[in-house]
Design a protein around this ligand. Structure first.
Ligand code: NAD
Ligand code: AHE
Ligand code: ZN
Length: 369
């Protein structure tokens, strides 16, 4: 079938709106009509050429919501008409990782996903007979996409697509980093670096668990107002701190953060996030994604003296299990999403969404199909 998609032909170039061809779902796959998709910083990161797994031409996008319109042979858990959120972290419930219950990083289709292909090693998208690659197994910047059944979360039908698409990445990543990965407890002091689409959800998660001080750090002063609405108690703009930022944060937290989160993708900031943690027990969680060739460093003494460094992907959430629950939290007003969706765009306007992010003017832009 013909579908409308924003195609990334080359790194560093704007997306191009094209009519491309999409083959139907094969065994174990479903065809989804996309209703809405958010634009995450990771899409911009891959489009920039900094992603070691970036591959072109591709259809980017991994924060969608839509409706199943057709299922391939053998699909049991989904049917046409189901409302769904595509998952870039699948949950097969059979692989070593899923059955370990130690991680959400299902490994069953990770290899082909990283190559921009469906599990059988081929692409469903093409243009003039030439394959176009999938992205993060989702390719939500198209009005139809094909997904493996194990990478689809079925959600309730009364949830608005243009809001809950954000649960496909940003909301779950931020809140999950707090609840599922760091397991922050009530009364903890938390420092969040980067108050964009992810960091605001970390703040929201910290507030949910009853954290004490919730300190937000961002170079963009415009972030302060909304972060306070989500529960931030103190705002620090590094450009206004006299002297060392880490020392300032340690003082503000009475000896160091119990938990810190890096939500930028800057390896220098990752070091600050670790080093502002409390001696003996502070845990720093890396959420931000850094470019090819970049590495983190610190004095090993920071770890010897009890600080711990860890990372999180998709907030540690098991998508098919946790995403429908998080949709319920939203529908029950236990979490907020609407204020963070600052811009609604059409597919034709998608490059504007990337520009708004670059200029620091949006939290989340959502494309509605
Ligand atoms: P965003 O662009 O919305 O937000 C980034 C924020 O960081 C902005 O507010 C910006 O002003 C701030 N910032 C930039 N440089 C800074 C600095 N040196 N000091 C302080 N603040 C600074 O991006 P986002 O969508 O929130 O994504 C954040 C990061 O998380 C990206 O690296 C993205 O790729 C990554 N990410 C990771 C996962 C995961 O599963 N691990 C999921 C989603 C996104
Ligand atoms: N492809 C990159 C890494 C990108 C990355 O870390 N992706 C996160 C999700 S970001 C969502 O906005 C993730 O889930 N990683 C785990 C995984 O298996 O991809 C690289 O460095 O090669
Ligand atoms: Zn994302």
């Amino acid at each position: 079938m013909d579908v409308r998609a924003a195609v990334a032909f080359e790194a560093g170039k704007p997306l191009s709106i094209e009519t491309v061809q999409l083959a139907g779902p094969k065994a174990g796959e479903v065809l989804i009509e996309m209703k809405a998709t958010g634009i995450c910083h990771t899409d911009k990161f891959t489009l920039s050429g900094a992603d070691p797994e970036g591959i072109f031409p591709a259809i980017l996008g991994h924060e969608g919501a839509g409706v199943v319109v057709e299922v391939g042979p053998g699909v049991k858990s989904l049917k046409p008409g189901d409302h769904v959120i595509p998952l870039y972290t699948p949950e097969c419930r059979e692989c070593k990782s899923c059955t370990s219950h130690k991680t959400n990083l299902c490994t069953s289709i990770r290899a082909t996903q990283g190559q921009g292909l469906m599990p059988d090693g081929t692409s469903r998208f093409s243009l003039d007979g030439q394959p176009i690659y999938h992205y993060m197994g989702c390719s939500t910047f198209a009005n139809y996409t094909v997904m493996p059944e194990i990478a689809v979360a079925k959600i309730r039908e009364d949830a608005p697509f243009d809001k809950v698409c954000y649960i496909g990445c940003g909301v779950t990543t931020g809140i999950g980093a707090v609840l599922f990965t760091a397991k922050v407890e009530a009364g903890a002091n938390v420092v969040v670096f980067g108050l964009g689409g992810i960091g605001l959800n970390v703040i929201q998660g910290a507030k949910m668990v009853g954290a004490n001080k919730i300190i937000g750090v961002d170079l963009n002063p415009e972030r302060e107002t909304m972060a306070r609405q989500f529960g931030m108690t103190h705002f620090v703009n590094p450009s206004e701190v006299e002297g060392d930022l880490v020392a300032h944060l340690v003082e503000l937290t009475d000896g160091g953060a119990d938990y810190s989160f890096e939500c930028i993708g800057n390896v220098e900031v990752m070091r600050q996030a670790l080093e502002c943690c409390h001696r003996g027990w502070g845990v720093s969680t890396i959420v931000g994604v850094a470019g090819a060739g970049q590495e983190i460093s610190t004095r090993p003494f920071q770890l010897v003296t009890g600080r711990r460094w860890q990372g999180t992907a998709f907030g540690g959430a098991r998508g098919r299990t946790d995403v429908p629950r998080i949709v319920d939290w939203y529908m029950d007003n236990r979490i907020q999403i609407d204020p963070m969706i600052t811009h609604l765009l059409t597919l034709d306007q998608i490059n504007e969404g990337f520009d708004l992010m670059t200029r620091g003017e949006s939290i989340r832009s959502v494309v509605v199909f």
